[in-house]
Design a protein around this ligand. Structure first.
Ligand code: ADP
Ligand code: MG
Length: 727
């Protein structure tokens, strides 16, 4: 056994005595380190407080003098809490969060030491950000991207650093991060949904998108993970034979959380609560050593920040507990992968969830309006929605038999299906009074009751209605939620704009009553978007065939999927809603393709290295043991030795064969990479997706066979049974 593997296994039980006990109650901890409403009231003047509120609620600008005064209040609060540094905290397109710390500490020209933090430092910072991905927007020689304060997401203190959530843009104005387009999409949905909500309630003045994510992840012992170059460098196992026991006993899901994990989760929860992340739920997931953590939902921008922050905190706290967190969507073959369900809805400033049925027919017509418009939006833009969750790592999960397929469809349950079937039959043109009464009493009026009984949840659907929200399940566990949330809110915003103009046209042009007009437009939407609705088994092969018939896309890999991001209809929607311009869209497309290529290239290299440096030498070493044994048998038995050496000679032969195959495949794969690397970006990405990846499973298969043959003591890599069951 390699020293690393031996040491890792040997040490586990002695080293992990990390204790964590907290006497503080969650209600006392919550937002302790957040410059939120409570802190602002205490540390800001009334004028400053109100200007922050107006910036949050109405998007008003904050003047320079007010910014100075806010900065002073924030600094006082932060220093009292022991902070020494501040940073603009942002989410560049690398997927990780970024920060550059500056100390408050400053020496004045006359030699005094002071703590300095003013409005200018609060509002803007210029990180030397030349090496963040920018898709060619920003010339690296100029390196002048800047970050700008986002007052809608409150500042917080982490690790003695005051973190100020910011957007990140090029000096020419193009967005270089996830947050900028998200904020614009959230603004678009606010305007569009508020206008539609006015059909039902004139007093609504704001609609916010809400997001509640569910974060799945694996926790692996740090020493075991460190002994695996593939986990260390790619976040997943590139090889490894399945453990004799996997998830087949179904004994992990919702089982009792292992005590070492629980200690970790407790500390994580305490830290999260202080940072204002409203974590609420924790449980075991289906695969061994797989877990989930979920918060109470929040306004989408804040929820996105909180997810990014949580992922960061999870990794930091894991260090102390000797765990490695795997956010990869498919770290282990043969057991479930990880997702990040995005529960999404729309809420008015009057406290109404627009995707929740109400107590009156009018409220339910409002519910149906938003419900059907969402389905229609998904139908029209299914390919863009698919593209929004595309990544090299999520490719390994989507379509694998326990994850949503790469086909987008909407599940609404049999009860709501019946409601839509009824609505589809409403009269073309003006509805008779009798028909309206019938509808109100027997169809729309019954929705709240039937939803109470909405038990037929379909776990295989990538986009499911779950009673009072849609649950976008195809999102990958390592993703930044901003990407799917930008697209989802944008397409629904566009859809609501179109809806309103159709309804208004009927009201004004055809002199229809408002209700009649709404029923008429919804009826057409139900018909038009029928093909996106699917209630059956999303994992089955039959659905693939059926989807093809329905002309729904099935883009199986990222390279295929991403094309939708630069299609004419996507560009139109983003430009029309002022979310991104063509340059920004194209830049993002290139960044994602490049990232894809790099990830697969790294995996391919790592796989080659492990096979060459670990697997082949180990196999040969074991083969030598067998050869010595056979030689010994010959010494003892002379020519009769063959009778005693049958198994040994067979294994010697198999090892030689496998070693030869693996070696040849690696050479071939390296050659294929070379061919790919000279191609221009789109072709290169396609070549990686189709030709390079094609080697992975074959190489793995032969290496995994060797794992079964070779003596356990000699095997250098921690095995699946150790990675998945030791904790
Ligand atoms: P499950 O889907 O596992 O049954 P829940 O329905 O309780 O669990 O909720 C799952 C997630 O959905 C949680 O993060 C929760 O906060 C979120 N959620 C609930 N209501 C909404 C809503 N109106 N908007 C957005 N997310 C919501
Ligand atoms: Mg859920």
């Amino acid at each position: 056994m390699s020293k690393l593997r031996f040491q890792a296994l040997h040490d586990i039980h002695q080293r992990f005595k990390v204790e964590f006990n907290s006497k503080e109650k969650p209600v006392d901890l919550f937002r302790k380190n957040v410059f939120g409403d409570k802190a602002m009231r205490q540390y800001l003047s009334t004028v400053s407080y109100e200007s922050v509120q107006n910036a949050i609620n109405k998007g008003d600008n904050i003047g320079r003098i007010t910014a100075d005064s806010i900065a002073t209040g924030m600094k006082t609060w932060a220093l009292e809490k022991g902070a020494t540094h501040y940073t603009h905290w942002f989410q560049p397109l690398t997927g990780a969060t970024a920060e550059k710390h500056d100390a408050f500490f400053e020496i004045t020209t006359d030699g005094h030491v002071i703590d300095k933090f003013d409005g200018a430092q609060l509002a803007q910072q210029e990180p030397d950000a030349s090496s963040f991905p920018n898709g060619g927007i920003r010339n690296t020689f100029e390196a002048r991207g800047y970050t700008a304060w986002d007052p809608t997401s409150p500042a917080f203190i982490y690790d003695k650093t005051l973190c100020i959530p910011t957007v990140f843009v090029a000096y020419t104005g193009e967005a270089l991060d996830y947050k900028t387009p998200l904020l614009k999409a959230l603004n678009a949905i606010d305007v569009a949904a508020t206008n539609v909500a006015h059909y039902f309630n004139k007093n609504v003045s704001k609609v916010t998108a809400t997001l509640g994510w569910e974060q799945e992840f694996f926790l692996i012992d740090k020493s075991l993970a460190a002994a695996r170059p593939d986990i260390t460098l790619t976040g997943r196992t590139l090889l490894g034979h399945a453990s004799a026991k996997g998830q087949q006993l179904e004994d992990h899901y919702f089982g009792s959380i292992p005590s070492r994990v629980l200690v970790y989760l407790k500390e994580l929860e305490q830290e999260s609560l202080q940072l204002g992340i409203p974590v609420k739920t924790r449980h075991n997931e289906v695969a061994p050593n797989q877990f989930e953590i979920a918060p109470v939902y929040e306004e989408a921008n804040l929820a996105v920040d909180h997810n990014a922050l949580l992922m960061d905190v999870m990794e930091k706290i894991a260090q102390r507990h000797h765990f490695k967190v795997l956010f990869h969507e498919k770290p282990f073959a043969g057991v479930n992968g990880s997702g990040k369900h995005n529960n999404w809805s729309l809420a008015t400033d009057k406290g109404v969830n627009l995707l929740s049925p109400g107590s009156t027919p009018m409220k339910n017509l409002q519910f149906l309006t938003f419900f059907i418009n969402t389905i229609k939006a998904v139908h029209t833009h299914e390919e863009l929605l698919r593209a929004s969750i595309a990544s090299a790592s999520n490719d390994y999960r989507l379509g694998a038999n326990e994850a949503p397929p790469s086909i987008i469809s909407v599940f609404i349950g049999s009860q709501l299906t019946r409601v839509l079937d009824e609505l589809e039959k409403v009269t073309d043109g003006k509805l008779s009074p009798q028909e309206k009464t019938d509808l109100k009493l027997n169809v729309i009026g019954k929705i709240p009751e039937i939803l109470l009984d909405n038990t037929d949840r379909n776990r295989t659907s990538p986009f499911a209605f779950t009673g009072n929200k849609f649950e976008f399940r195809a999102v990958g566990s390592s993703a930044n939620c901003a990407s799917p949330m930008t697209v989802l809110n944008a397409i629904v915003a566009q859809q609501l704009i179109d809806f309103k103009s159709s309804v208004d046209a009927l009201i004004e042009g055809k002199k229809m009553k408002k209700d009649d007009a709404i029923f008429n437009v919804l009826r057409e939407y139900i018909k038009d978007s029928k093909s996106i609705r699917f209630e059956g088994d999303g994992y089955g092969a039959a659905w693939e065939k059926e989807a093809k018939k329905r002309k729904i896309s099935n883009n199986k890999n990222t390279v295929e999927a991403l094309k939708a991001k630069v299609s004419a209809s996507s560009i139109h929607i983003f430009e029309n809603l002022s979310i991104m311009n063509k340059v920004e869209i194209q830049a993002r497309y290139e960044i994602e393709l490049e990232e894809y290529v790099k990830r697969i290239q790294i995996e391919s290299r790592v796989l080659g290295d492990i096979a060459r440096n670990h697997i082949i030498p180990t196999a040969i070493r074991y083969q030598n043991v067998l050869i010595d044994n056979v030689k010994g048998l010959k010494e003892i038995y002379g020519e009769e030795y063959t009778a005693f050496a049958k198994a040994q000679t067979l294994i010697i032969k198999i090892i030689s064969e496998k070693v030869a195959i693996v070696n040849a495949l690696i050479l071939d794969m390296t050659d294929t990479r070379r061919k790919a690397n000279v191609l221009e970006l789109e072709k290169r990405a396609k070549y990686y997706a189709e030709e390079v990846i094609a080697f992975f499973n074959t190489i793995r298969k032969h290496c995994d066979k060797l794992e079964l043959l070779v003596e356990d003591e000699l095997w250098p890599l921690p095995k699946y049974r150790e990675l998945l069951f030791v904790n």
